[in-house]
Design a binder for this molecule. Structure first.
Ligand code: NAI
Length: 356
């Protein structure tokens, strides 16, 4: 059941020397739900990441095949597959970053909230195991509805006495990836240079791309901004409908998940000025959670009272600083107000589930 593979080919030794492995710390990344539509390409991308030394792949189905397959790639990390509940503890032990894409995806006509009944229980169980086996890991929550699964995780960790708001992240990176791609297309600027903060939450109108802060600047009409905002908010549904019953975004999500996990690892390793958007606890709004921009880095005793997606600075202990929302256009201010009731009720639903 255990698939273990040390990279031993001559070329992998060259790769190790190339990365000056003495200088790159050992980092264990665990993927929970590693054999799924997101889990497989995400595991592949984490195997390609030179910052990872140990890659633990856990799923309740099909893990041995995925782990064997990924383990043959001649990059730095050692890959181990874990295939059952009994092995979950070992998968998590010593993890620096835990990525959770476990759970069911949407089908056409479903909202993310429709996934709540199944995914809430999955996430709760996995977070209980995290609290027990790797309470200091940075947790990257991908499973939907993120607006509720992050509060569930927070409550589970609080109950276990391990909650640290600096270490729990709702992954909203795909919203940023989409906003950047769609903006570049309309603004006619090179997509690699584009930055667009996306704040709020991760469902429908709670996804708030701040195109007024997008760079490089472009003079887009209100009509175009409205259309770009709607397309970013409906990006997930666009993919669900195109896949016509065969799941939701997996490849773009794996890319986004890999970007976010890489940012977490860089923060842990002390790389300065690592900034990403994420759904984290903060004091930016009166809501308990909000996706925001952040910078990963050293310890600071920030006190957060709400969860909201925003830009955050990442560091050695996870969130180092939650960056403010910055100046909003009237259209964005209106969107923010409209999003609050839905976000609040999704957060409360998660808290209620976890505490009842
Ligand atoms: P999938 O059904 O292809 O894969 C899910 C995997 O989770 C399966 O391999 C399944 O065996 C596994 N799993 C189920 N229960 C588990 C447990 N208790 N422990 C470990 N593994 C377990 O689904 P897909 O497409 O990979 O999506 C996964 C989740 O990610 C869904 O909830 C989906 O809505 C969400 N998602 C989130 C996005 C975001 O931007 N945050 C974007 C796209 C999807």
């Amino acid at each position: 059941r255990f698939i273990k593979s040390l990279t031993t080919s001559p070329s992998s030794h060259i790769v190790r020397r190339g990365y000056a492995s003495e200088a790159v710390p050992e980092r264990k990344v665990t993927v929970l739900g590693a054999a799924g539509g997101i889990g497989q390409p995400l595991s592949l991308l984490m195997k390609l990441n030179p910052l990872v030394s140990n890659l633990a792949l856990y799923d309740i189905a099909n893990t041995p095949g995925v782990a064997a397959d990924v383990s043959h790639i001649n990059t730095r990390s050692e890959v181990v597959g874990y295939a059952s509940d009994a092995e979950l503890g070992k998968a998590l032990e010593g993890a620096d970053v835990v990525i959770i894409p476990a759970g069911v995806p949407r089908k056409p006509g479903m909202t993310r909230d429709d996934l709540f009944n199944i995914n809430a229980g999955i996430v709760k169980g996995l977070c209980e195991a995290i609290a027990k086996h790797c309470p200091n890991a940075l947790v990257n929550m991908i499973s939907n509805p993120v607006n509720s699964t992050v509060p569930i995780a927070a409550e589970v960790f609080k109950k276990a006495g391990t909650y640290d708001p600096k270490r729990l992240f709702g992954v909203t990176t795909l919203d940023v990836v989409r906003a950047k791609t769609f903006y570049a297309g309309k603004a006619m600027v090179p997509v690699a240079e584009v930055n667009v903060p996306v704040v709020g939450g991760h469902a429908g109108i709670t996804i708030l791309p701040l195109f007024s802060q997008a760079t490089p600047k472009a003079n887009l009409s209100d009509e175009v901004i409205t259309a770009l905002t709607k397309r970013t908010q409906d990006g997930g549904t666009e993919v669900v409908e195109a896949k016509a019953g065969k799941g939701s975004a997996t490849l773009s999500m794996a890319y986004a998940g890999a970007i976010f996990a890489d940012a977490c690892l860089k923060g842990l390793n002390g790389v300065p000025d690592v900034i990403e958007c994420s759904f984290v606890q903060s004091t930016v709004t009166e809501l308990p959670f909000f996706a925001s921009r952040m910078q990963h880095s050293g310890a600071s005793s920030l006190f957060y009272s709400c969860i909201f997606a925003m830009e955050v600075r990442l560091g050695k202990n996870g969130v180092e600083e939650v960056l403010g929302l910055g100046p909003l256009s009237d259209f964005e201010k209106e969107g923010l107000e409209k999003s609050k009731p839905e976000l609040k009720s999704s957060i409360e639903k998660g808290i209620k589930f976890a505490t009842q």
